[in-house]
Design a binder for this molecule. Structure first.
Ligand SMILES: Cc1cc2nc3c(=O)[nH]c(=O)nc-3n(C[C@H](O)[C@H](O)[C@H](O)COP(=O)(O)OP(=O)(O)OC[C@H]3O[C@@H](n4cnc5c(N)ncnc54)[C@H](O)[C@@H]3O)c2cc1C
Length: 510
């Protein structure tokens, strides 16, 4: 078995790469995925198809790795970390927010030695991925695979309208197009779910090209490690059923996501030498940055009890609007976001057991970073995920301000017929900065945007795992292309940026 390209992981990035790279009929591509495959819309399961109830897909075990991680010392290793395990990957179970970072995010990457990733150079690939159904201008695509829309004002639920009113009266501008470079303020979130159908990369990119004879998609195959001859990657060792196979390839692309990609590199002997030796893995390449620089958007939820006669409909879209704002004293635009949810349920819990409405207060540009380390040499055992949220004083300060802003918005008249009272934090939690910090550390959780764990960067940065073309430094024939390549998390949800990265690298390869 020998292919021109083997892609490991059929997620947001993997499906895009498989599609674009097989445009050339002379290139044979094998796309490997650990989870199941549903090759057409008719057999696509409801939990993947219908996106409003994200909690359902996020707990459905056949489609979710259902990892756990350590958010803070206070919480221990208890935080649920869903990741997609299905053709489509996390794009098949995610919340369908289709938001780009601000231009400064990509310009920072360029300033850090990745000059191919400035905003101006990435914009064509953001356009290429989408068909924006609402806005036609130079910043938006109109003929790409992923349909993007916003909830029209006349469809906003009462809790969303109240949020909008409270934000506007507090001085935040109207933000009708959050994918515009100048976006800030309150407005409808761009979403890739027309009629509530989650438009994964499997539905939008891969399905239309499945007829190609040069494309082979194999699901229920778990990659155990990459094989090398000298410095060159030559193949992969995989498990299918109870059997182990070796597949050879001219080029290997690792697209197993922010957790899977560093895990597979380390299992293959590519990672921090001390850690590999401690795990008894022969060192192929000492690459100290593998698994480091774990970035995410820490968030806290502020649940609110509603009046008895206020309707809660868990089948309705949960979040329609958001507020993007800049924290006091911050020089980073839009480093905070508050999301308004029209019903609240514990993540992964029964949405019908809703407690009311809630705000989700998100730190969009955290200073702190965590790490991914192997817990075992068994590829089936999840690595240890240490997020280290809010270790940094500046991160706690901005989150405190965010929670206080949520409480202030709730006092607006627009909420008077909706709100019965705050569930959490309690008045005791709000007594001082210290008590609020304790509440934050007990409650902070993931926004599911793990990134940066195999970052790209210049020669001069010893922690850069990849060069800016996403080649693994020090090796040949091996790239990483997925959310783990981000030098830092962008000030937005990560799906659109991951797809942009796959589009850009595919263009270089074609
Ligand atoms: C519950 C949830 C909600 C989210 N909500 C949003 C949102 O609303 N908007 C947004 O922009 N982003 C959201 N995200 C984040 C976004 O979906 C991800 O950042 C993005 O999908 C990452 O793409 P990827 O290609 O890096 O990885 P993935 O899409 O996760 O793909 C990795 C693939 O590799 C496979 N794989 C892993 N290991 C192996 C192995 N050893 N062998 C074979 N296959 C393997 C996995 O099964 C998976 O299919 C959410 C994520 C989750 C989990």
């Amino acid at each position: 078995m020998k292919y021109d390209v083997v892609i490991i992981g059929a997620g947001s990035a993997g499906c895009v790469l498989a599609t674009r790279l097989t445009d050339d009929p002379n290139r044979s591509v094998l796309l490997l995925e650990s989870g199941p495959d549903y090759p057409n819309f008719e057999v696509y399961p409801d939990d993947l198809k219908f996106g409003y109830n994200q909690a359902a897909s996020a707990v459905d075990a056949p489609h979710n790795w259902a990892f756990s991680g350590k958010a803070t010392e206070e919480q221990g290793n208890t935080m649920p970390v869903p990741r997609g395990r299905v053709v489509g990957g996390s794009s098949a179970i995610n919340g369908q927010v289709f938001l780009r970072g601000v231009p400064e995010d990509y310009d920072n990457w360029a300033a850090w030695g990745n000059d191919e990733w400035s905003f101006v150079k990435t914009l064509p690939y953001f356009r290429k991925q989408e068909s924006d159904m609402d806005i036609k201008d130079d910043f938006h695509g109109f003929d790409g695979p992923i349909p993007v829309r916003r909830h029209a004002r006349e469809t906003w639920l009462p809790a969303q309208t109240a949020f909008y009113q409270a934000c506007r009266d507090d001085g935040y501008p109207d933000d009708p197009d959050m994918n515009h470079p100048d976006s800030r303020g309150v407005g409808p979130i761009p979403m890739n779910n027309p009629d509530g159908v989650r438009m994964s990369t499997s539905l939008t990119y891969l399905n239309p090209v499945r007829n190609r004879l040069n494309l082979t998609v194999r699901s229920a195959v778990t990659v155990r490690r990459i094989l090398f001859e000298g410095k060159r990657a030559t193949g992969v060792e995989v498990q299918s059923g109870d059997e182990i196979f070796v597949v050879e390839s001219e080029e290997i692309i690792l697209s197993a996501g922010g957790i899977g990609s560093p895990q597979i590199l380390m299992l293959s002997g590519v990672g921090p030498a001390d850690h590999l030796k401690e795990m008894g893995i022969p060192v192929q390449l000492d690459s100290p940055g593998v698994g480091q620089n774990l970035r995410d958007h820490p968030n806290v939820r502020v649940p609110v009890r509603v009046k008895d006669d206020f309707p809660l409909d868990p089948e309705a879209p949960r979040s329609q609007l958001a507020l993007r704002y800049t924290a006091a004293g911050s020089s980073d635009r839009n480093d905070m976001q508050i999301l308004a949810s029209s019903f609240s349920s514990p993540m992964g819990g029964d949405p019908a057991a809703g407690e009311g409405i809630r705000f989700t207060c998100v730190l969009e540009l955290a200073v702190g970073a965590g790490e991914v380390k192997l817990a075992s040499t068994d590829p089936h055992v999840q690595p240890f995920l240490d997020y280290r949220y809010l270790d940094e004083a500046w991160d706690r300060e901005r989150m405190r301000e965010g929670v206080r802003l949520c409480l202030k918005l709730l006092e607006h008249d627009a909420y008077k017929d909706i709100v019965e009272g705050l569930i959490s934090p309690t008045p005791q939690d709000m007594v001082s900065d210290d008590t609020l910090d304790q509440w934050l550390l007990r409650n902070v959780t993931t926004t599911q945007h793990i990134s940066g764990t195999c970052k790209m960067g210049p020669d001069s940065d010893p922690m850069a795992v990849l060069d800016q073309y996403c080649h693994v430094r020090g090796l040949e024939g091996l790239r990483v292309v997925d959310v783990s390549v981000l030098p830092d998390c962008i000030r937005a949800n990560t799906n659109a940026t991951t797809i942009m990265i796959a589009e850009r690298v595919a263009d270089w390869m074609c």
